[in-house]
Design a protein around this ligand. Structure first.
Ligand code: NAD
Length: 247
């Protein structure tokens, strides 16, 4: 049996699926992942949240890097994997999807925002670290270009940062709670395009499996949790999801 057919069977037999996505679902859209050979982290050291808060140079570096990446990916569109997961939701099979991604492509595929649990935030806008006011990315880019410095909040003067979770930054409590519930309430958990190396996000597939859900891992490379999975698929994400979740 092909891996797509094996996945199709598991989906057909499931009552409640929780999806979980990482950077690998968006590589076919032109956004590189972080940990594939030659990926982003091999060239850029992560900027810790505490450094962002305390060091102007770290803030300049963070905004400079981010806006450069953003300018390279302004026209990205959802891929086959995003569209297939939207179908799974529309069919009533997958009420919620946990994502580590910050690219907004699940929303762009039509998946309702209420069905998406963003563990690492969203990179299409920014927020004030002091008063939480939302700031649009176009304004942030203009401010950074004008001043060469981290934008500051128009409401309170606080530091403005992309609405994403950096290393060293606290995880969002409500999203963590929802992700745990989604992992405990499903009978099939699909972990898609994640190296499962970033904690605490990577713990959710195990939470689901230990609670009795079937676990599917779809990832080109080996992950630390493959041995706990009922099905490991090493094929291309877009190809396998499109084949398994046909319109
Ligand atoms: P990761 O980079 O650690 O792992 C991605 C995995 O996807 C790799 O193991 C790679 O082999 C696999 N992969 C890539 N393309 C694939 C394909 N077409 N088919 C099958 N497998 C494929 O990603 P992660 O686990 O999500 O962790 C990275 C962190 O960085 C996340 O927390 C996320 O917030 C952030 N990030 C987000 C984006 C995004 O929003 N698109 C992009 C890069 C990084």
């Amino acid at each position: 049996m092909t891996s797509a057919n094996a996945l199709k069977e598991l989906i057909a037999g499931a009552d409640r699926i929780t999806g979980f996505t990482g950077a690998g679902i968006s590589t076919e859209c032109g956004i590189p992942d972080f940990r594939s050979p030659g990926g982003f982290w091999t060239k850029n050291k992560p900027i810790d949240f505490r450094d962002f808060v305390s060091e102007p140079e770290a803030r300049r570096e963070a905004w400079g890097r981010f806006l450069k990446l953003r300018s390279e990916h302004l026209d990205v569109q959802p891929g086959r994997g995003h569209k297939a997961l939207h179908r799974l939701h529309s069919d009533g099979k997958m009420p919620e999807l946990i994502t580590q991604n910050i690219d907004n492509l699940h929303q762009a595929s039509g998946l309702p925002p209420t069905a998406i649990i963003e563990l690492h935030g969203n990179g299409t806008y920014a927020k004030c670290l002091a008063c939480d006011t939302r700031h649009e990315m176009v304004w942030c880019a203009e401010e950074f270009e004008r001043t060469g410095e981290c934008p500051t909040c128009t409401a309170c003067g606080g530091l403005v940062k992309t609405a994403t979770i950096s290393f060293g930054q606290a995880m969002p409590e409500e999203e963590m709670r929802r992700a745990e519930m989604a992992s405990l309430s499903c009978d099939l958990f699909l972990a898609i395009g994640s190296s499962l190396a970033v904690q605490p996000a990577a713990s959710f597939p195990l939470v689901a499996a230990q609670n009795g859900a079937k676990l599917v891992i779809i990832n080109r490379e080996e992950t630390p949790f493959d041995r706990f999975a009922d099905l490991v698929v090493r094929d291309d994400i877009g190809e396998v999801l499109e084949a398994a979740i046909a319109p």
